[in-house]
Design a protein around this ligand. Structure first.
Ligand code: HEC
Ligand code: HEC
Ligand code: HEC
Ligand code: HEC
Ligand code: HEC
Ligand code: HEC
Ligand code: HEC
Ligand code: HEC
Length: 492
């Protein structure tokens, strides 16, 4: 053994001792923290059993209080912090966000944040109509729009907030801080304080939001064979009928997103728009310019043809997403790109294929393909009717029979919803948000009554009413013109 080895050995021993004792110290501190945490938990529960007994009961019965590994027990303070401990300082309690849940449930939080639910708040604010309503209707207390759309993350910034990038930005928590309640997102399906998986797996968990006027998926599901069988036979693990979750959160994947999306719109392809020039040669310069900005490719199942592309272009125009020259507007950036309300061919095809493979667990490929194609055909037929009605109203503006209302950038503007000023535009709004929605959503969900009697039938009625009203307005306008010309002639 060399002389110089001794001090080194001593040094190593010393270091080892320090290391070991700091491990011991850390372990000791952990035990202390554990004890302190449990004591604090005792305080929260001890007081809240009188203050809010329901919450304590739910928490104590939840998987959080009964984790399979007792060391993982989740405490009130894990979600609400440890600052509030008296009867008076309850304002000091913090309210959890999806990020709080995400600290322990990384996979679900990551998936959720990539899906459409994450964008729910932002997409609501992208609507011009939302900004026209009083706060009590749209924002405060989570009644109306905000009550359902709080499933989205607050503070995502789009064009309306001055962000013109193709991607949404985040304000770092400013908007969340503005709202004391309603930032948790995950509790849309796993409600507090039970936070159960079984609740979220039941299709009724979706039904408070996915129902009613413009997206009656609950009503459509329960009136289609899938939902009927679910109702009769219940919902065990190996159930014969699929639930919303079987089709939309496949294998528990929290990234919800469908090919057509809520509005049944997709981005026209370069090829589709160029083919349109053959049908509408006068539009060549505009269409060539538009095509340059669009993705290339084909859609699976039912691809676009020139008529459909033109019909959809008119719809996009009436929504202010394309301007009068068919060029993308700031709404295209905000609604289509930032809020991801419409998909291009690559994403559409990928989502559609995944969905069909899922159906194949119970149905043949041929059966599924024919269902999807038939449903695409129905959307195409609905678009054609809708486009006729839009063209009629656009004509009234072009010919000066309708005047652009003050403050409107686009006219007609479907996104003004029920704030449309004339009867004919009220009908147009109903086609967009009620009848056309029910037609195609009913088709995909195999609800015959929704597809036809709540969808297609009133859609046709509304189109006929609009075409009649257009004739009447034109005749009235011509009569007024004739009589004012006659009056002017008399004066001279
Ligand atoms: C000494 C009693 C007491 C203790 C201890 C206590 N709380 Fe409270 N807490 C209250 C009272 C009182 C309220 C207000 C209730 C009300 O508004 O009805 C409250 C409210 C809350 C709220 C709701 C705040 C809001 O803005 O609505 C949360 C969350 C909360 N407590 C969590 C906790 C947690 C977590 C602990 C333990 C770290 C804890 N409490 C300990 C008495 C207590
Ligand atoms: C401190 C870590 C932690 C936080 C924060 C947390 N959880 Fe949990 N969660 C757990 C643990 C631990 C379990 C139980 C796992 C087990 O039993 O093994 C669990 C279980 C669950 C389950 C499955 C329940 C079941 O029925 O099987 C759901 C759903 C859930 N949590 C949702 C949430 C939500 C929503 C939030 C936010 C509001 C949240 N969790 C916050 C740790 C956490
Ligand atoms: C897994 C996370 C989690 C745990 C654990 C948890 N909470 Fe909550 N708590 C929430 C969420 C989410 C909300 C709703 C927040 C919102 O609206 O923004 C909430 C809201 C509350 C509220 C106010 C809302 C209401 O309904 O009155 C009280 C009070 C409260 N919690 C008390 C408690 C107490 C007491 C405990 C422990 C016994 C506890 N919480 C444990 C997540 C949790
Ligand atoms: C749209 C409804 C919905 C929302 C929103 C939602 N979940 Fe879930 N979650 C589900 C469903 C459905 C399941 C059951 C998946 C399965 O096993 O098939 C589930 C399962 C879970 C589980 C249990 C996983 C397991 O297999 O044990 C956890 C944990 C969880 N979710 C956490 C979260 C968190 C965290 C958030 C927010 C970031 C969230 N969930 C938001 C519907 C939802
Ligand atoms: C058998 C599978 C299946 C079930 C069950 C199912 N859906 Fe769907 N869902 C679909 C298909 C297919 C589409 C259209 C896909 C496309 O765009 O190509 C769709 C579309 C959607 C959309 C987008 C808009 C629309 O309606 O076209 C939402 C939202 C939705 N479903 C929610 C739900 C909810 C909520 C439930 C339960 C009440 C449910 N779905 C039940 C298959 C299903
Ligand atoms: C708190 C209300 C709420 C609940 C509960 C809810 N959703 Fe949603 N969901 C929304 C909103 C709002 C949107 C629109 C968000 C967007 O497009 O950015 C949406 C969008 C969707 C989409 C995307 C449609 C598209 O554009 O492609 C699907 C699929 C969906 N939800 C399925 C479900 C299923 C399945 C459940 C139940 C397990 C459920 N949701 C529960 C509010 C809810
Ligand atoms: C009953 C709950 C509910 C109410 C109230 C509600 N929404 Fe929605 N909204 C939803 C659901 C669920 C979806 C997704 C439906 C689908 O994809 O078929 C949605 C979708 C949307 C979308 C389309 C998102 C996309 O990416 O395509 C917009 C925009 C929107 N809502 C705005 C609003 C505005 C603005 C209001 C109020 C004037 C409002 N919503 C009121 C539940 C609601
Ligand atoms: C878990 C199994 C399962 C899955 C997954 C499933 N289905 Fe079904 N489906 C059924 C059963 C069972 C029936 C009832 C069969 C009958 O009518 O004899 C049915 C019936 C149907 C019907 C006929 C409805 C009617 O009113 O006659 C259509 C259309 C349909 N499914 C389409 C689909 C599509 C599209 C998908 C995927 C998006 C799908 N199914 C996924 C089990 C499933």
């Amino acid at each position: 053994m060399g002389l110089s080895a001794l001090p080194i050995r001593g040094l190593i021993g010393g270091l080892l001792f320090i290391a070991l004792s700091s491990v011991a110290l850390a372990a000791e501190m952990q035990v202390k923290k554990f004890d302190a945490d449990r004591k604090l938990q005792g305080d929260c529960v001890g007081c809240h059993i009188n203050v809010t007994p329901g919450i304590v009961k739910q928490h104590l019965g939840s998987p959080h209080a009964n984790a399979s590994n007792p060391e993982d027990e989740v405490l009130c303070s894990n979600c609400h912090g440890d600052k509030h401990v008296t009867m008076e300082d309850w304002q000091e309690a913090t309210m959890p966000t999806a990020d709080t849940c995400g600290e322990c449930h990384k996979k679900q939080a990551r998936e959720h944040s990539k899906g459409k639910h994450q964008l729910g708040w932002m997409v609501m604010k992208s609507q011009i109509a939302w900004h026209g309503q009083p706060g009590a209707i749209t924002e405060q207390g989570y009644r109306g729009c905000s009550g359902c759309h709080k499933i989205g993350k607050k503070g995502l910034l789009g064009v309306t907030d001055g962000n013109n990038d193709a991607k949404v930005a985040y304000d770092g928590g400013k908007e969340e801080a503005h709202y004391r309640y309603g930032n948790a997102q995950c509790d849309a399906c796993h409600t507090r304080h039970s936070f159960k998986k079984s609740e979220a797996k039941d299709p009724r968990a979706c039904s408070n939001c996915h129902m009613g006027f413009d997206h009656p998926q609950w009503e459509m599901y329960t009136s289609a064979k899938h939902g009927v069988i679910w109702g009769i036979e219940g919902h065990e693990e190996d159930a014969r009928a699929p639930t919303c979750q079987t089709c939309h959160l496949m294998e528990g994947d929290h990234e919800v997103r469908t090919p057509w999306g809520f509005l049944g719109l997709r981005i026209p392809t370069k090829e589709n728009v160029l083919a349109l020039i053959q049908v509408a040669p006068t539009l060549e310069p505009q269409l060539t310019k538009l095509a340059a900005a669009l993705p290339s490719g084909n859609y699976v199942d039912l691809d676009d043809d020139p008529t459909w592309t033109l019909d959809r272009a008119l719809i996009l125009q009436a929504a202010g997403v394309l301007d009068a020259d068919f060029q993308p507007t700031e709404r295209f950036v905000e609604i289509v790109l930032q809020a991801e309300a419409a998909r291009g061919p690559e994403e559409f095809n990928e989502l559609r294929t995944k969905m069909k493979t899922n159906c194949n667990k119970c149905h043949s490929q041929g059966f599924v393909e024919s269902h999807m194609k038939a449903s695409d055909e129905i959307l195409k037929a609905a678009d054609h009717e809708f486009a006729k009605a839009i063209a009629a109203v656009q004509g009234l503006y072009r010919d000066g029979i309708l005047k652009v209302p003050e403050g409107w950038k686009y006219a007609p503007d479907l996104l003004q919803y029920y704030d449309a000023k004339t009867k004919i535009e009220q009908e147009l709004y109903l086609i967009m948000l009620e009848y056309r929605q029910r037609t195609f959503q009913g088709a995909f969900h195999a609800s015959n009554d929704y597809m036809h009697w709540y969808g297609w039938a009133p859609l046709k009625t509304a189109v006929n009413t609009i075409l009649e009203e257009e004739k009447r307005m034109r005749a009235e306008h011509a009569a007024v013109k004739v009589s004012s010309n006659a009056a002017a002639a008399k004066k001279h």
